[in-house]
Design a protein around this ligand. Structure first.
Ligand SMILES: NC(=O)C1=CN([C@@H]2O[C@H](COP(=O)(O)OP(=O)(O)OC[C@H]3O[C@@H](n4cnc5c(N)ncnc54)[C@H](O)[C@@H]3O)[C@@H](O)[C@H]2O)C=CC1
Ligand SMILES: O=C(CO)COP(=O)(O)O
Length: 418
């Protein structure tokens, strides 16, 4: 039965970010909002960090009108394609690029955060007080928010800054493959706070623990014990239970698995970027698949250890070993991800990874280098560097204090006995 029978309003969706993955997710979401018009408004706003872009001469879009640099938003809205960050992928016409972040989120009840992690803090500052208080967020960002206060998940820091509940989406999802509608799986963590638990459980919920999160308001504790404020969704809107959240992302080519382990999902996506750099380092040396597998094995162990040590019992090992956001993302990222490819080229060519990033990525942004530094800062403060030898090795290599050739020695469990 269509929800409009009961609910007079539909959810408005805004994707905050429009890079390689941001644009892909806007495509996925827009296909679904069009299909499920009883729950969602078809139009999906996509916030674009505005820039001028020159269509290359060899592009099919090059003509008199595009022979000079034009605003990226104008190009996206006229070509229905993001020619800079997701070229050659047609976007549904209901994706609307908007350069004004405050205007893009106006009245949106669902905010999908999808931008390189280094830009999210500033973006949230711009959004404070500008969103509807009953909005819900999903963070697709792979990274961690490390500050003097400690180490936070982006789902948590966004939720904290904006006063909303925010879940996470992460998986083995090389953006271009998803955009080309090649089969992928992903994991969505959406675990509304306990205060919603009195509400009925709709079908299709993970681990039988689902609740309708739309009715109550008040405060709930976040993963690190901080208070998270949540305002009730007005009853005019369809509930945002797991079934409807899944409907926003699931496609025949993009299978969504729902879990409640927000920390595990976010950590898998963030920390695998450090491991992918290590995999690129050993591959750049020409050491072959056994070396890469060794790095991946140690990497996933450190991911789980990091989660359990700093985010407590809410982190489940099976999120890393059984879900797309864990082992599958590690495998895909260490096979064809940007962090892996840039690290490999850096070693093979004897250049810095930053130089390769500038040369190869056309404005896209590596997440692994920043995360390696941020995680190291945090581990240093905690006095735990030695307990995470692979994460620490990647940082030392980026710093120029160690070499990729040192990795076997640095991750040797018997090293301390020498
Ligand atoms: N690209 C991929 O295959 C995947 C990426 N991810 C994650 O998704 C997140 C977003 O990544 P992508 O969409 O790939 O971004 P990207 O790597 O394509 O980054 C470029 C984006 O950053 C924006 N930007 C540049 N300067 C900015 C500023 N000062 N403020 C705000 N935005 C600015 C650009 O406009 C552009 O939209 C990252 O955390 C990444 O790890 C997750 C899965 C797959
Ligand atoms: O997260 C990704 C695939 O799941 C993409 O990884 P890169 O950012 O290294 O390309």
């Amino acid at each position: 039965m269509g929800s409009l029978a009961v609910h007079s309003k539909k959810h408005k969706v805004c994707v905050v970010g429009s890079g390689n993955w941001g644009t892909t997710i806007a495509k996925v979401v827009a296909e679904n909002t069009k299909e499920h018009s009883d729950i969602f408004e078809a139009e999906v706003q996509m916030w674009v960090f505005e820039e001028e872009y020159q269509i290359p001469k060899d592009s099919k879009h090059y003509n008199d009108e595009t022979s000079h640099p034009r605003k990226l938003t104008d190009l996206i809205n006229s070509l229905h394609e993001n020619p800079k960050y997701l070229p050659n992928i047609p976007l549904p016409k209901n994706v609307v690029a908007n350069p004004d972040v405050v205007d893009a989120v106006k009245d949106a009840t669902i905010l999908v955060f999808n931008l390189p992690h280094q830009f999210i803090g500033k973006t949230c500052e711009q959004l404070k007080g500008k969103i509807v208080p009953y909005a819900r967020g999903i963070s697709c960002i792979k990274g961690l928010a490390v500050s003097d206060k400690g180490c936070e998940l982006f789902s948590e820091s966004i939720g904290q800054k904006l006063g909303i509940y925010c879940g996470a989406l992460s998986g083995a999802n090389i953006a271009t493959e998803v955009a080309q509608e090649k089969f992928s799986e992903t994991t969505v963590a959406y675990d509304p706070p306990a205060m919603d638990s009195q509400h009925p459980t709709p079908q299709g919920t993970p681990h039988g623990s689902h609740t309708d999160l739309t009715k109550l308001e008040g405060e709930a504790k976040g993963l690190t014990g901080k208070k998270m404020k949540r305002t009730a969704l007005p009853s005019e809107y369809p509930p945002l239970h797991h079934k409807n959240v899944k409907m926003l992302f699931h496609r025949p080519y993009f299978h969504v698995s729902l879990v409640s382990d927000v920390a595990g999902v976010s950590l898998g996506g963030a920390l695998k970027n450090i491991v992918a750099i290590a995999a690129g380092f050993v591959d750049g040396l020409g050491w072959g698949d056994n070396a890469k597998a060794a790095v991946m094995r140690v990497g996933i162990m450190e991911e789980v250890k990091f989660g359990k040590m700093f985010f407590g019992d809410s982190v489940q090992t099976r999120t890393f070993t059984e879900e797309s956001c864990g082992v599958a993302d590690l495998i895909t990222s260490c096979s064809g991800g940007r962090n892996f490819r840039c690290a490999k080229m850096a070693v093979a060519e004897g250049k810095s990874i930053g130089e390769i990033e500038q040369r190869e990525l056309n404005g896209q942004s590596l997440q692994g280098t920043g995360t390696a530094y941020e995680v190291n800062d945090f581990l240093k403060k905690e006095g735990k560097e030695q307990e995470f030898p692979l994460f620490t090795a990647v940082h030392s290599i980026l710093e120029g204090k160690k070499k990729p050739e040192d990795i076997p020695h640095l991750i040797d469990p018997n090293r301390g006995e020498e």
